[in-house]
Design a protein around this ligand. Structure first.
Ligand code: AMP
Ligand code: MG
Length: 330
């Protein structure tokens, strides 16, 4: 069972809950007529504002820790970035009313240096940016890593309901996993009960339900096509953006998914914040996460998972069968 009074859990839950509220208000702005659907600036503002908020909370709660995240304040401090910094500061003031632009920059950069390499947090402020812009699934993803192992993970999935379906007007889902204590769900927008999550018992690849990125370029589409054909997978895939996929698999509503290195980017590797939070969510629900060769994920290589080409995520029972099948397809 998860101890909600644990200071690390308290920090992570509160940080992600409020971050989701900030993301929601940016998204309502995108829905307004003034912002075009393909304009990425609102998501940039939301990314910076959420990272500043989490940095602010970390400085209060865990001043010695490091934060490994995508954004740096350099761009905001340049001449071109000044107007974005103003918008970011406005959003941060929703949660820290007296925030100044200088403080916002300091919080964005919080924990970039100092602290120990052995213990750090990793954050994706808005995972699934394309889903966010489209009004589909996205997630706020936060994890604590100690000595190369993910110890704690929280996913805020504003558009995921308690049945694993898309529900943009509902309470959303907050998923929490702690090493050795399982994976749990609760409503994102209110204080509902904790429900344990467990992966599916599916043992046959032909019967498996696959989750897939909406963006076809996030995998090697031809290899995936061959895999589905050779294995006789007939269930229609569930298409979703972001680490909400890990939450759905952890709840037993999908059985497998994978990111294969795309042919047009042979050196592509995932970022640590795109995998670490979701991986613990799946593993603590009974599933398995490895790279495409079956190796464990190496969380000690900094921001990029250099040693892990491709990522395979499954309910566990199917994992070796998936790896064998993938390795038989060139
Ligand atoms: P998705 O599950 O499709 O929402 O993607 C998860 C995350 O991985 C996103 O943050 C993407 O930007 C990133 N990602 C995955 N595969 C690729 C790729 N081939 N090229 C660029 N980004 C990728
Ligand atoms: Mg991401």
């Amino acid at each position: 069972m998860i101890d909600l009074n644990d200071p690390q859990i308290n920090f992570a839950l509160d940080a992600v809950r409020r971050a989701a509220q900030m993301a929601g208000s940016v998204q309502r702005q995108i829905e307004g007529e003034s912002v075009a659907k393909d304009d990425r600036s609102p998501v940039t503002v939301a990314d910076f504002a959420i990272q500043a908020w989490v940095g602010h909370q970390m400085a209060q709660c865990f001043p010695q820790d490091r934060l490994v995240a995508e954004e740096s304040s350099d761009m905001l401090q340049s001449e071109d970035g000044r107007s974005i910094l103003e918008s970011v500061t406005e959003f941060v003031r929703q949660v820290v009313p007296q925030a100044s632009p200088d403080e916002v920059c300091r919080w964005i950069d919080f924990g970039k240096t100092g602290g120990t390499q052995e213990r750090f947090w990793t954050l994706d402020p808005i995972d699934g940016t394309k889903g966010f812009i489209r009004g589909d699934h996205y997630a706020i993803a936060l994890a604590l890593i100690e000595k190369g192992h993910v110890r704690l993970a929280v996913l805020g999935c504003p558009h995921l309901d308690d049945k694993g379906f898309f529900e943009p007007k509902g309470n959303g889902s907050l998923i929490i996993a702690q090493a050795g204590c399982g994976t749990w769900r609760m409503p994102l927008n209110d204080q509902g009960p904790l429900t344990p999550l467990k992966v599916s018992p599916c043992r046959e690849l032909a019967e498996a339900c696959m989750l897939r990125s909406v963006e076809a370029s996030h995998t090697h589409a031809d290899r995936v096509k061959s895999f589905l054909k050779q294995l006789g997978v007939h269930k229609p895939p569930i298409l979703m953006d972001s680490q909400a996929k890990y939450a759905v698999l952890a709840a037993g509503l999908g059985d497998m998914f994978f990111y294969l290195v795309p042919p047009h980017k042979p050196n592509f590797r995932m970022k640590i914040w795109d995998v670490a939070p979701g991986a613990l969510v799946v593993e603590e629900a009974g599933g398995r996460v490895t790279d495409a060769k079956g190796n464990s994920i190496d969380y000690t290589t900094g921001t990029t998972l250099e040693n892990n080409p491709g990522i395979v995520i499954s309910n566990g029972c199917l994992h070796d069968k998936i790896l064998n099948a993938l390795n038989a397809i060139t």
